[in-house]
Ligand binder design. Structure first.
Ligand code: FEO
Length: 399
């Protein structure tokens, strides 16, 4: 059922309450998500984006209850990824000649995914379409936010920015608007989304935010493609993005490890104790990787000024959970973060050096040679691990 956004603009998307994984198994969505599609009914009728393919029949059936599909004058595809374009193949069976406005890269992605030669109309930043009643749609390329094909669309007079993935959250809600949902959940999910999806493109985002600010457009509503619509002080999320894009960090150290027989776990806990005793102001959090949600841990890394990574040595290398996590962090291209390694070993003891090398290659500044311990930590080793934590904290605060 459609829901009113403002004037003649309605939400016609799908709230996906049961979604628990996104991008395959790559992103956890504990609070579900939504695929937001919008219907604008001025002299021209415009559909902005669609919903993910499993909900295509429901989406098209609901849309057909609201409007004769043949009355849709054109479709705007802000982004080709399947969660927003997945209903196009079914919809276009009913309206095969309807123009689809999108970027040149979006044509590539839609053709590559659906192998259809739809009536594409390529647009670039600044291109406009008159939709009647004195209103226009203005297109704005959002290259690499987060795909090369991404775009935002601005509706004049109503002052709505259809931002697609940018400013979104994986958060299922019937409440539709940002002022009607739990603010802690909203900001946590917004940050998690940024940390796990937008971080690698922070430099491009900074430029884009400057570009948008220079346009001096009045923005009353930011209608994203996931989660709730920002109608109450919509610029608050733009300001957050500006903060997050600027190598964001809080006064936090995150300790991440995996362990075989709990030796490395004990080191992690003792190192945390040392950090805490050195500087009670520093927030320290400890995660056993296989027992944690990696995307939530990535969000903690995002907030941290340093990450301490632990693994025992196994078959001359490190545990695969730790290797995979470092690879995930490498892809996210965190900037201005420091790291150190720790781990227990029985025989050869390569893990600490391997972790340090991998973390350096992932763009982290390595604080020290790390901390390694042969066999199970005894009392002396525990004292040394506390001291390692203390020295690590001191090296961060410069005291
Ligand atoms: Fe929500 Fe990049 O798709």
């Amino acid at each position: 059922m459609k829901k009113l956004i403002k004037n003649n603009v309605h939400w016609v998307g799908k709230v996906d309450w049961e979604l628990r994984e996104f991008h395959g198994h790559e992103y956890s969505t504990h609070r579900g998500s939504s695929y937001n599609s919008y219907l604008i009914q001025e002299e021209k009728t415009v559909l902005i984006d669609t919903v993910w393919a499993p909900y295509a029949e429901e989406f098209v059936a609901n849309l057909a209850k609201e409007i004769d599909l043949k009355k849709i004058d054109f479709i705007v595809a802000n982004h080709g990824e399947v969660d927003h374009s997945g209903s196009l193949p079914l919809l276009m069976k009913y309206i095969p000649d309807t123009p689809i406005y999108c970027t040149a890269n979006c044509v590539k992605s839609l053709k590559g995914q659906y192998h259809q030669d739809w009536n594409f109309k390529v647009v670039k930043t600044g291109d406009k379409i008159d939709i009647g009643s004195g209103k226009e749609l203005v297109f704005m390329e959002m290259t690499m936010l987060h795909w090369p094909d991404s775009m935002a669309t601005y509706l004049t007079q109503d002052n709505i920015l259809f931002s697609n993935d940018a400013f979104g959250q994986h958060l299922a809600s019937e409440m539709l608007f940002n002022d009607l949902v739990d603010q802690c959940e909203l900001f946590y999910e917004s940050m998690k989304y940024y940390a796990n999806i937008i971080t690698p493109f922070s430099a491009m985002l900074r430029k884009k935010l400057d570009e948008i600010a220079a346009l001096n457009l009045p923005i009353d509503v930011i209608a994203t493609s996931h989660g709730v619509v920002w109608r109450d002080n919509p610029m608050q999320i733009v300001k957050k993005y500006a903060e997050w894009a600027n190598d964001y960090q809080e006064n936090q150290i995150t300790i991440v490890y995996d362990t075989m027989w709990n030796g490395t776990k004990r080191l992690a806990e003792k190192i945390a104790e040392g950090i805490r005793s050195s500087d009670p102001e520093i927030v320290v959090k400890v995660y056993n990787l296989p027992k944690s949600d990696v995307n939530d841990v990535i969000t903690e890394v995002f907030k941290s000024k340093a990450v301490l990574i632990g693994s025992p040595t196994i078959t001359n290398t490190i545990l695969h959970s730790v290797a995979g996590f470092i690879n995930l962090m490498k892809g996210l291209r965190f900037k201005n973060k420091k790291a150190a390694a720790f781990g227990c070993y029985g025989w050869s003891g390569e893990s600490v050096k391997i972790i340090s090398d991998l973390m350096a290659a992932a763009g982290f500044e390595i604080l020290s040679e790390g901390f390694k311990n042969q066999w199970n930590p005894d009392g002396n080793a525990e004292v040394a691990a506390v001291e390692f934590g203390r020295m690590t904290a001191k090296s961060l605060t410069g005291t």
